[in-house]
Design a protein around this ligand. Structure first.
Ligand code: UT7
Length: 310
């Protein structure tokens, strides 16, 4: 039996309305708008208020993605939620979203792979679809980073934002065919970015910065080699949005023009597992284009994928 390739048929984003410009931090931290923009490319981020949870944001993105895909919650066979900021330890954020998606009866689970969570989730979706087990999978990346960052730590609080992105992945159809996904993990670096059981996020920024560039370059080289294509054949390089300087360093190694690299970091900051689906929503669909996506984050997890638009 010929299986249909897993295809992202729709992606959608949700950002909470409250915009927080860099100038906000100047009032109470030893930092400045100029420092933040020059070192990260960030101008502002969105923050969810106390009434909005990770699952609320995930639900908003999911409803938009389902509508774009032309399917209902009843049609979903499996619900996956990539998040490092669950509403609560139990039940999973995926279970909470399932209960809010009217008519959805799908099994649901969370994926914990930090900022690589969306691509890790996509690999799970691809495997299930191409095994023939499921036909329609909803994958959500959603984060309320403000619940885990220390508001007084100037090296992290300025970097992160809240938001959500969601994709519908189907067996076949028009959209982004998932040609290949590669996953990786450097467990010896788990001290470089972590959240203790009770406490806020701790980060060794420079270690993450250097490893992100190194693993990002290697992941791109590996994917190009596996697919037997050159970097010039890639139309869109879809990077996890962590720091514009990380993206620019990798861009320089491969000499890719900036027009091929969409970014949202200036207005979203780092939304962790939500950043790639937020970007995917913004790229106008054109047939026969190749996308290469790369993500990295705590763990130290990293992942890459190649898509072809149909
Ligand atoms: O999804 C993965 C999540 N994490 C990341 O991707 C983070 C990757 N790392 C980074 O983006 C960068 O390392 C940072 C933006 C966190 C820091 O930038 P940097 O250019 O690597 O700065 P640095 O750590 O080398 O620090 C230089 C100085 C230090 O001061 P001293 O020790 O030289 O006096 C920091 O304390 O900059 C200071 N600094 C700040 N100054 C003003 C750190 N944060 C700030 C700040 N404002 N917000």
């Amino acid at each position: 039996m010929i299986r249909q390739p897993a295809t992202i048929v729709a992606s959608a984003a949700y950002l909470p309305p409250n915009r927080v410009p860099n100038a906000h931090f100047e009032g109470y931290l030893d930092t400045s708008d100029a420092w933040i923009f020059e070192r990260t490319g960030i101008k502002e981020r969105r923050w969810a208020d106390d009434t909005m949870s990770t699952s609320d944001m995930g639900l908003m993105a999911a409803q938009k993605a389902l509508e774009k895909a032309g399917i209902t919650p009843r049609d979903i066979d499996l619900l996956l939620v990539a998040t490092m900021t669950p509403d609560q330890p139990l039940p999973s954020t995926a279970a909470l979203i399932q209960s809010k998606l009217d008519g959805c009866k799908a099994p649901a689970m969370d994926i914990s792979a930090a900022c690589s969570g969306y691509l890790y989730g996509l690999s799970v979706a691809k495997a299930y679809i191409e095994s023939g087990m499921y036909q329609n999978i909803l994958l959500i990346g959603c984060e309320k980073m403000t619940q885990v960052v220390d508001p007084l730590d100037r090296s992290t609080v300025i970097l992160f934002g809240d938001g959500a992105g969601a994709s519908v992945i189907k067996a076949g159809g028009k959209g982004l065919r998932i040609d290949r996904i590669v996953l990786g993990l450097d467990g010896h670096l788990n001290h470089a970015l972590f959240i203790p059981q009770s406490g806020k996020m701790k980060m060794l920024g420079q270690e993450i910065f250097k490893t992100a560039i190194q693993r990002g370059v290697e992941t791109i080289e590996f994917l190009l080699h596996q697919e037997k294509i050159a970097i010039e054949e890639i139309d869109h390089l879809v990077f996890h949005q962590a720091n514009l300087r990380i993206i620019q360093n990798i861009q320089k190694r491969f000499n890719v023009p900036s027009e091929k690299i969409p970014t949202s970091i200036d207005f979203t900051a780092n939304t962790s597992a939500a950043s790639i689906p937020i970007l995917l929503e913004s790229i106008p669909h054109q047939e026969n284009q190749r996308y290469l996506s790369v993500a990295f984050g705590a763990g130290f997890t990293y992942a890459g994928a190649i898509f072809t638009s149909l």
